[in-house]
Design a protein around this ligand. Structure first.
Ligand code: AMP
Length: 284
């Protein structure tokens, strides 16, 4: 495994493999790797010939400077985990390699980014869409791997891939959870032990809504009430939003019919923001 910092070099390496008819897989991350990231890497290893993992804490997607500064970073430990999984290359650029002096070109995915996380984190998806576009353009993978945990991000990336004409597959893998049900996240490390136990209320609330849905309740407003009521039972948690939307367009749904619907929510607990979601599908 090789760690690469320069854009030009990872570009040349990836191009060489593509020319040799090797399938290039790409897993973008911000490091502080956990089992959720590793699942993406394992899938990438299975489905492609060359696995490239990027580790880049992208400053433009943090609307809160303190959040950026507090973001955990440990390249040595991350690299050890990735080497063990048989990763071929880590691309770990510095910020000025991605954003050279005078950088002024951004990618805005309209319509999908104003609600949910976008409403609470202004500019976040512009930063995500911009960095992912730069990384896609540099690496030009055959398949890029993302986690369903960040459902709005998945919708944004699927849209930009189509709209900008990137010829690649976007593979989306299910959310990996702790035994309690809490979705794995680098942010969980910032929770106290007590808050980490309480944070499972987010998953519990989504599961309660899913049970009601499976029991025959199709109305989004009623399902959202169930999430709100469950979160209220945990005084340490405050709900930022619960949204019931079409999985691809992220448009709000009133009554769940035949399309794939996302129930997504965010809470704050112990000063940490956590997100989670489930897919509700009548066809399952
Ligand atoms: P991040 O390092 O937070 O930017 O995440 C990098 C990738 O890992 C994104 O595609 C995330 O959606 C994915 N990811 C993060 N947490 C999980 C999880 N618990 N399960 C599955 N994928 C995840």
């Amino acid at each position: 495994m090789e760690i690469i910092n320069r854009r030009q070099r990872i570009f040349s390496i990836s191009r060489k493999f593509r020319r040799d008819d090797k399938k290039v897989g790409f897993v973008p991350t911000m490091g502080a790797l956990h089992a959720g990231h590793l699942k993406l890497v394992e899938e990438c290893r299975q489905r492609t010939d060359i696995t490239i993992v990027s580790i880049f804490v992208n400053p433009t997607q943090f609307n809160d400077k303190a959040d950026l500064e507090k973001y955990p970073r440990d390249l040595t430990q991350d690299a050890a985990m990735l080497a063990e999984l048989g990763v071929d290359y880590i691309y770990a650029p510095d910020a000025d390699e991605i954003y050279p002096e005078g950088f002024s070109t951004y990618v805005d995915v309209e319509g999908l980014t104003s609600r949910m996380e976008g409403a609470f984190r202004p500019g976040h998806f512009r930063g995500v869409a911009t960095v992912v576009t730069i990384l896609f353009n540099t690496i030009r993978p055959d398949i890029a791997f993302f986690g369903q945990k960040d459902a709005q991000q998945v919708a944004v990336i699927e849209r930009l891939t189509r709209d900008l004409g990137f010829e690649m597959e976007i593979a989306v893998l299910p959310t990996v959870r702790e035994p309690s049900g809490l979705a794995m996240s680098s942010r969980n490390e910032r929770l106290s032990d007590a808050d980490r136990k309480k944070a499972v209320v987010l998953f519990d609330a989504l599961c309660a809504a899913e049970r009601a849905f499976k029991g025959g309740e199709p109305n989004a407003a009623s399902l959202a009430e169930i999430v709100k009521d469950t979160i209220k039972k945990e005084p340490a948690a405050t709900l930022d939003y619960v949204s019931i939307v079409d999985r691809k367009t992220l448009q709000p749904i009133e009554k769940i019919g035949d399309s794939e619907v996302l129930i997504a929510a965010a809470i704050e607990i112990g000063g940490v923001r956590l997100i989670d979601n489930l897919i509700l599908d009548n066809r399952q």
